[in-house]
Design a protein around this ligand. Structure first.
Ligand SMILES: Cc1cc2nc3c(=O)[nH]c(=O)nc-3n(C[C@H](O)[C@H](O)[C@H](O)COP(=O)(O)OP(=O)(O)OC[C@H]3O[C@@H](n4cnc5c(N)ncnc54)[C@H](O)[C@@H]3O)c2cc1C
Length: 277
């Protein structure tokens, strides 16, 4: 069951680290995954958002938006992660109208324009480098006094004449004309000086958050919100397993998530055949 089958890979243009595949795209990989699944007797329910899981004796009741319920003794949670938001005024009003999270998906809409990238970590600096090839100007705002991106990315971005970097910069507001973004209000955290920068788009690149909030009452999560699993992908709740980016597994990557998904399925099978669940 998935809200949007394919997940984060749909936001990826080039994938070059899938074992045995030299190069592919997110769209292609998502489509291959679906084809592979359809080759088995597996029901796929798309466009369903799980809102809650309730425990009823040995069964788990999965409640879905729109009122459907699914009942099973075992559930594997693989809800992944979503872009972290700034939570400043204007951000949610202008999503899709100048506020964007995926440079590969939305970058081309800003051809020849001035955009901001919020965040100077690896994803922010990678985004700035990519957008510099499309946009007239890219301005990076980093909250901390230093960039956190790898040195090699920092060296690369320094060579780009249309990228400007401002550190110690707090985003206070994304402004717009009711139809689309027209600027950003920034505070210099050292001088407390506030200013508005006119621009056409804002790419928020401040990390990802695990999609676990709806499960927090039934399974243990750590301080980052990741679901705690053992090395068989079991959670603390018998019959509930978790896999991929939503969990504490280190290194959030496609090949890792696929492996973890397989591991969770094998653990569920083993627990069932042993009669533990
Ligand atoms: C821009 C970008 C580029 C990347 N590039 C690479 C790369 O080149 N190589 C690499 O290895 N990794 C890359 N990654 C990381 C990789 O995409 C993830 O590690 C991987 O997709 C995680 O898989 P997942 O199945 O755990 O979660 P996700 O891909 O996040 O999938 C979660 C799924 O759960 C669904 N879902 C969420 N909540 C609910 C709900 N309440 N009810 C129902 N369904 C729900 C979502 O719709 C989605 O289908 C990239 C990530 C991004 C964002």
């Amino acid at each position: 069951m998935a809200e949007k089958a394919g997940g984060q890979i749909k936001e990826t243009v080039g994938i070059e680290n899938m074992i045995s595949i030299l190069k592919t795209t997110g769209e292609q990989l998502a489509s291959n995954l679906k084809l592979h699944m359809q080759d088995y007797d597996i029901d796929l329910f798309e466009h369903r958002r799980v809102e809650k899981i309730e425990i009823k004796g040995k069964n788990k009741v999965v409640l879905v938006n729109g009122g459907e319920t699914y009942i099973s003794p075992q559930v594997i949670i693989a809800t992944g992660a979503s872009w972290r938001k700034l939570n400043v005024p204007g951000e949610s009003d202008y999503i899709g109208k100048g506020v964007a999270f995926c440079p590969h998906c939305d970058g081309p809409f800003y051809k020849g324009k001035h955009v901001a990238v919020i965040g100077g970590g690896n994803s922010g600096i990678e985004a700035a480098i990519d957008l510099a090839g499309i946009c007239y100007k890219v301005t990076v705002f980093e909250f901390l006094d230093d960039l956190k991106a790898d040195q090699v990315l920092q060296e690369k971005v320094k060579t780009l004449s249309n990228v400007e970097i401002h550190k110690s910069s707090q985003t206070l507001e994304i402004t717009g004309n009711n139809e689309k973004v027209n600027g950003i209000r920034i505070k210099n955290r050292n001088t407390e000086e506030e200013r508005v920068v006119d621009l056409d788009g804002v790419f928020v690149q401040i990390g990802l958050v695990p999609n676990s909030s709806i499960f927090k009452d039934i399974v243990n999560t750590n301080r980052f919100g990741e679901i705690e699993t053992d090395n068989h992908c079991r959670t603390n709740q018998p019959g509930i397993y978790a896999a991929g980016d939503v969990t504490t597994v280190p290194y959030k990557q496609i090949v890792i998530s696929m492996g973890e998904g397989a591991k969770a399925a094998l653990a569920a099978f083993e627990d069932r055949t042993r009669g533990d669940i």
